[in-house]
Each structure stands twice: as C-alpha cells, then as structure tokens.
Design a binder for this molecule. Structure first.
Ligand code: AMP
Ligand code: MG
Length: 337
C-alpha cells in the first residue's frame, strides 16, 4: 500500500476523516508533534497503529477529543480539578489521565483501566476528530524509539507503505509531545511527562504539582511506572547522543579532545561564533529548543553523524520537556563538567 500524501484543504481533511471512520490509520498534524490517528474504539484500527510504530503493547495511546465536554463519553469519573484545568488549558498540549469506561478498549489503554484524554488545538486535527465522529487515538507518528516527527516528511519516512495517508499541515508548532498528568488527591496533579504546559502554568490552577521521578531518572524495562512510556528507549537517532552540562568553553574543549570522523556537536543558537567544530544549532531559548530538537536529531542522522555532543538545556519551564527528551535520546549518558 502506498501512503497517500494529503493536503491541508477541506476536501483532503474530509477524506482523512472518512479513512479514520472506516478503520484506517492516518498521520495527522497537531500543535505538539504529528500523530498516528485511528478510531480509539476500533480495536482492529488501534492494533494497526501499534503495528505501524512497532510500539510495545503496554504503552497506552492518548485519546483525542474535539471538546472536553466529550470526555464523559469515554471516562467513568472526571475529577473537579480536571474541569478547572480544561477551562484553562483545553484545547492545547495537556493530557489528563482519568479512569476509562468500556468505550475505550484495553488495546487502546495498553491494558490499563485509565485513559489519557487530550483536546488538540491544531485546526486540522480538530476538524478530523469532528468530521470523523470518533475519539481519535493518536501516538506520535514515528517508528517506536526514534525521534518524534515534526513534519509530514518525517512521518512519510517512517510510515510510507504502513498507513493509509498523511495530512501535510506544515511544521509542528511546539515540537515536543503534550504534558501528561494524573490526579493525586483533590488539589494536586503529578506530571508523568513534561511538555509545553509547564509546572509553573499548572500551579496557576492546582495547589500542588508533583514531578514524577521517572521524568529525570532512568527506569528499567521491568519497572512499574505511572507512565509506561517512560521505561522504553525513546527519541533516539542512530547517532550516539551524549549530553553535556558545562560552560561553552568546557564544552568546546571536550569536543576538541574527542574530535574525529563522524563527531558532531549540537549547540545553542549564539554558540557558533568561534566554535570550530562541525555542529548544528537547536535554538536559543527553551521554546525554540523544543521546536527544533526532534528535527535536528533526524538531520544529524541524515548528515551521517555517528557521535553527537549536545549542550544540555535548562530545566526551567518548557526546558524540562526538552531535557527529558534529550536525556532519553542520550540513553542517560550525561557528562557534567
Ligand atoms: P505518545 O503516544 O508517543 O505521545 O506517548 C504517550 C505517552 O502518554 C506515553 O508515555 C504513555 O505512557 C503516556 N500515557 C498515555 N496514556 C496513559 C495512561 N492511561 N496512564 C499513564 N500514562 C499514559
Ligand atoms: Mg511517542
């Protein structure tokens, strides 16, 4: 099967929605990264999503809705705090984990009795959900383990021949996946995966925001974790990634000492001046770093990088999401100078 490349126009969006309703899998642009969309209630379609990605069966899919008011159709209980958070952050890059009901099959929830619900703001994703009449299960549209896709071209590279179609909606705005939270008592939430909705933003609505230890620390494949995705190898290009926490001068010295064929650096915008080694840049601040990180990791593979020293981002605000993705891409290999 050749994968159809659809455009961002109403006829193509209608067609993509029809494909989803008919049990097919479609690559869809969202404001975070591209998703691999399927009817969340259709077990056969959801199995095709897992197969196309090569995703472990116990890693649950996030279910996307056109409006938060539809959450009652797929959950068995909605905390009061979820409504408050929805008022502030939906539509947007926030996923809330709540008890699921029988309309979400166990294949979709990875065997859990909970479901992550998100209301995307991207107009194409929103239209496809609405026109299909389905709750749309959509993990990131990459091959499992590889960096998430932030353009239709990335999706095509990973999924050509494996899914029905991809809708080209341009470059993803945020560039990292949604913030995933669960509820920890009446006024507290736990961040299971950091994203563009930051701890600081959640604190405007919640009394307490707990950062799950799995966000910054390594957990083994056998471990029991709140967010199953956290235990798998993630976001890794073919090149060996090494994260470096240091000043620019110490970073340059480290790269110089280890320089040779296939060695590259990934640095901040503004670091290039006087930096004499092969490099790419990934932004000057946390938002831009989130926007460019996955694109750059894929580019490093394209240009034949074998070993990449990366300047570690700040962990403030959206930086926590960038740091979380990078430390996994690096397989937790961090040099601190
Ligand atoms: P992706 O589909 O690639 O965006 O990854 C989805 C992430 O959300 C994974 O890390 C999952 O572990 C997490 N997630 C989705 N649903 C749940 C859930 N019901 N409980 C805990 N984590 C979830
Ligand atoms: Mg993913």
């Amino acid at each position: 099967m050749d994968t159809l490349l659809l455009k961002n126009n109403i006829d193509d969006i209608r067609y993509a929605a029809t494909l989803i309703r008919d049990g097919q899998v479609v690559g869809i642009p969202t404001e975070t990264v591209y998703g691999l969309g399927a009817d969340a209630s259709n077990e056969e379609a959801v199995r095709m999503v897992f197969a196309a990605k090569g995703r472990p069966a116990d890693n649950p899919l996030i279910v996307h809705l056109a409006d938060f008011s539809d959450a009652v159709k797929y959950t068995s209980a909605i905390p009061e705090l979820a409504h408050k958070l929805a008022e502030r952050f939906c539509p947007g890059p926030l996923t809330m984990v709540m008890p699921k009901n029988e309309r979400i099959p166990m294949v979709t929830s990875g065997g859990l009795d909970t479901v992550g619900i998100r209301v995307p703001s991207h107009p194409v994703m929103h239209s496809i959900i609405e026109l299909s009449g389905c709750a749309v299960a959509a993990p990131s549209a990459n091959t499992s383990g590889y960096p998430s896709p932030t353009s239709a071209e990335h999706v095509m590279r990973d999924m050509n021949g494996k899914i029905a179609a991809v809708v080209d909606g341009g470059q993803s705005e945020f560039g990292v996946e949604s913030t995933v939270i669960s509820f920890d008592g009446e006024d507290a939430v736990r961040i299971l995966r950091p994203g563009a909705v930051t701890r600081e933003m959640l604190l405007e609505v919640c009394g307490e925001v707990i950062i799950d230890p799995a966000i910054l620390n390594e957990v083994g494949e056998g471990a029991k974790v709140a967010s199953p995705g956290m235990k798998y190898k993630h976001y890794s290009p073919k090149a060996d990634i090494i994260m470096v926490e240091s000043s620019l001068a110490d970073f340059a010295e480290l790269v110089g000492d280890n320089y040779g064929d296939g060695v590259y650096a990934l640095v901040f915008d503004g670091d290039e001046e006087g930096f004499p080694y092969r490099h790419l840049t990934y932004g000057a601040d946390s938002s831009m770093q989130a926007h460019w990180l996955f694109q750059r990791l894929r580019e490093l593979d394209d240009i034949g990088a074998e070993k990449v020293y990366v300047r570690a981002p700040s962990t403030d605000g959206v930086g926590l999401a960038v740091y979380n993705r990078l430390i996994r891409a690096a397989g937790f290999e961090v040099i601190r100078i």
